[in-house]
Design a protein around this ligand. Sequence first.
Ligand SMILES: [Zn+2]
Length: 133
Amino acid sequence: MPETTEKTMKQYCSVCKKQFEMKIIKQGGDESVVWLKCPGCKGFLPFIPEEEVEDQEVREAQSGAELALEDLDIENSKEYSDKLEFEIGEVIHHRSWNDYGKVIAKDLLPGNRKTIWVQFLRQGKVQLLEGVK
Ligand SMILES: [Zn+2]
């Protein structure tokens, strides 16, 4: 029987399609993998460290607004540049990430800097500058 510890970590279970506070299984000899136990399906799943790096707030926002490639009119996408300005609903392509996204909101930062919130297919929700002079 694998030993569970009292420490928990939040992780998404693809079986239960839900995020749980999961108990960390005591690590064995292989230090590179941490195993978590899902309280929903009682299954074991490896903890993926890259997800933990993400900001919690961003992750929660992402889970609410999933985007599929077919939802985007990529034929009419606009190449992102911070010099340009965008409208809500516009589809943009971010060249350095090679990722498509949709403008979901606009925001103003202190100093009157204009920004857009974009829901990207792979990057998730990202705030980008627009209309930089
Ligand atoms: Zn589960």
